[in-house]
Design a protein around this ligand. Structure first.
Ligand code: PLP
Length: 643
């Protein structure tokens, strides 16, 4: 691998970022952990130094104390020994799921914060970290191209969640609140404000029009004398969906149907979970087909036209930025265009981007000053990335209504750290558990004050402030633009392109043994491999072969992890997701008889899936490519299995 360019020098030196596959940066992490643990202890002592120590110094000589410590040590030793069976996420031999080494800035900040135990439910329990969480929301908003200055009345807002699943749920909850609110205003008969003419119109405003109406209502209410204020506030609250519940709301408004969520068939199963949590069902989740592994915009158009014709409201259209299974990027630009076209026709709905996986790739598209980089600028240093479609998708993020990003995936931070960000924070007034009409004069101070009561707005209650500290510090040390965090993201794309190139070469080398195919050109940093032993025409046998390969590519708690050379994962290609044409193309390229597709267990093609996010896949220090080594390993395994 002497052809690899020498690492560039930058103030964002990636060498200091991670503990490293070999624990190379152990001294750095240890120094930080010890230093800040001591710092914490001094803080305790300096609270009221006049208070004498409550635990006597001689207690440690007590047999009970010693017995306790001995039992504690024993349990910790056992735990530590058991954890040696953990999956070696840190290793460049790990290309399985969406996880890798952890960033030292995040790990150190999280460990530092843990003993202070802040609870980000509100500022009472987290005077420092709740502000950091709101700042993280603004950092991510800037990365996405949302308004991020709290002086702007329509500034974005974001918060952390336990993961992408809950962030997606928050998107549903906010979209439903905003959709139903204008209907409540009409039902309450609020005077003096221009209201939509009928329930259908009220329920189908564009999100921006809904927020505008909410704004006007709040201004009107704020100007009322106390008694009228109380009266109208109560009237409207009584008509809100959040008061009535879904069942009563739709029996009250008989012309309205329960709204649907439109998502690509490749959408994560958190969408189905989220709908159920909301009191809707899977029936309200319309899965749209893909074309060329991306959401099919013609199918979206057709579906929206049907919705318009049958008066079927749409809650959200979801675009996925980096699908969990294939890393593909939906045409976000086309989805927001469709939103604007249909809003003009009276079928308003929001657009949410599920960027749990690919959200941080947006750093590659941002200059330091926050402006968008051209496709040529982004593409310098890559073979193919980003395609015109991918560049357009990222460029359109700022026009969407909300986004999910997972810091615990491509943000290289510890679990559980997901994030929800909405483009215009004013909508969150509808999420508040208590009436929240305090933010009329938009100033940074007010914005912060409002969200210091974070528990009002989020699905969770108590939640770790340490996670917010980790994300905040990481985003400060590695800012969310191409020359900061983007350098890390760039490595994942370089690795994926190297993997793709090697795979195509490999396919030629092993052709006499096995048909090998990269089933579609990767959009980002996940690369899949389809395989079929040469001469085999049966889909079931091809699947069995891939499953046997995968058996040696995953952790087995009965065996030491050292018995594994590499880690990968599997996924499947289904005709429902790909469309028949694509499915046929792939089967024919593999020389599998398409007629063998369709049995009970063989209704899909099993393929290997590789997540290429480890920063050391291409080890420049030693001139080792773990990608080359993986393909050597694969050749050996294939030979052994086919012998
Ligand atoms: C991982 C993922 C989720 C779910 O996120 P969790 O953090 O696992 O809850 C949702 N959507 C996509 C696209 C994902 O990749």
């Amino acid at each position: 691998m002497s052809s690899l360019p020498a690492p560039e020098r930058s103030r964002y030196a990636l060498d200091a970022c991670f503990l490293g596959p070999y624990g190379e940066n152990d001294a750095l992490l240890e120094k930080l952990v010890v230093e800040f643990l001591r710092d914490h202890v001094y803080w305790r002592r300096n609270f009221h130094p006049e208070d004498p120590p409550a635990i006597p110094t001689h207690a440690q000589h007590d047999p009970g104390y010693q017995d306790f410590e001995a039992r504690l040590r024993r349990e910790l030793h056992q735990l530590s020994a058991a954890l040696k069976k953990s999956v070696p996420f840190h290793s460049p031999r790990y290309m399985g799921h969406m996880v890798s080494d952890l960033l030292i800035p995040g790990l150190a900040a999280q460990i530092l914060t843990l003993p202070y135990n802040p609870n980000n439910v509100s500022e009472d329990a987290a005077p420092v970290t709740v502000d950091l969480e709101v700042q993280v929301g603004l950092q991510l908003a800037r990365m996405l191209g949302y308004p991020h200055d709290p002086v702007q009345p329509d500034c974005a807002f974001g918060h952390l969640t336990s993961g992408g699943t809950l962030a997606n749920y928050q998107a549903l909850r906010l979209a439903l609140a905003l959709k139903a609110f204008p209907v409540a205003l009409r039902a309450a008969g609020v005077p003096d404000i221009a209201l939509p003419d009928d329930d259908w119109t009220a329920f189908n405003l564009a999100p921006s029009a809904g927020i505008d109406l909410l704004d006007r209502w709040q201004a009107w209410l704020a100007a009322q004398p106390v008694a009228a204020h109380r009266h109208w506030h109560a009237q409207v609250e009584a008509q809100r969906l959040e008061h009535l519940g879904i069942a009563d709301f739709f029996t009250t408004h008989t012309q309205l149907k329960v709204p649907q969520v439109l998502a690509p068939i490749t959408a994560h199963y958190s969408w189905s979970k989220g709908l159920k949590l909301l009191g809707l069902g899977r029936k309200q989740l319309q899965l749209l087909p893909e074309r060329g592994m991306r959401l099919d915009l013609d199918a979206l158009q057709d579906t929206l036209e049907t919705c318009e014709r049958t008066r079927q409201p749409v809650l959200l259209a979801v675009a996925v930025l980096g699908t969990t299974e294939y890393g593909t990027i939906d045409p976000v630009d086309g989805v927001v265009d469709a939103r604007d076209r249909f809003a003009a026709r009276g079928l308003g709905f929001g657009v949410h981007v599920d960027g749990a996986w690919g959200g941080y790739l947006a750093t590659l598209f941002r200059n330091e000053d926050g402006s968008l980089r051209s496709r040529d600028e982004v593409g310098a240093g890559f073979n193919m990335f980003p395609s015109t479609e991918v560049h357009a998708a990222f460029g359109a993020l700022g026009r969407t209504d909300s986004v999910t990003v997972d810091p615990h995936k491509l943000g290289y931070l510890p679990y559980g750290s997901g994030a929800f960000i909405c483009r215009d924070h004013r909508a969150t007034a509808l999420l508040g558990e208590a009436a929240d009409y305090v933010f009329h004069d938009a100033t940074p101070a007010n914005y912060l004050a409002r969200y210091r009561n974070l528990g009002q707005f989020i699905p969770e209650g108590s939640k770790p402030g340490a996670t917010a500290a980790a994300a905040y510090v990481t985003h400060k040390v590695l800012p969310l633009h191409h020359d900061g965090f983007g350098r890390l993201q760039a490595q994942t794309v370089v690795a994926a392109e190297a993997f793709d190139t090697r795979a195509r070469q490999f396919a030629g080398e092993v052709a006499s043994l096995c048909r090998v195919l990269v089933p579609f050109t990767p959009d980002s940093n996940l690369v899949c491999l389809a395989l079929n032993p040469t001469g085999n025409r049966d889909l079931g046998s091809a699947n069995a072969f891939v499953r046997r390969l995968h058996d040696e590519l995953r952790s087995d708690p009965r065996q030491p992890i050292q018995s594994r050379e590499f880690f990968g994962s599997v996924t499947t290609l289904r005709p429902e997701a790909l469309g028949d044409t694509e499915m046929q193309r792939i089967l024919l390229a593999l020389e599998i008889d398409p007629a063998t597709l369709g049995g009970d267990n063989d209704d899909r093609l099993v393929i290997l899936r590789h997540t290429l996010m480890n920063p050391y896949l291409l080890d420049r220090e030693n001139g080792i490519s773990y990608i080359d080594r993986y393909f050597d390993y694969l050749a050996r395994r294939m030979l052994a299995l086919l012998a």
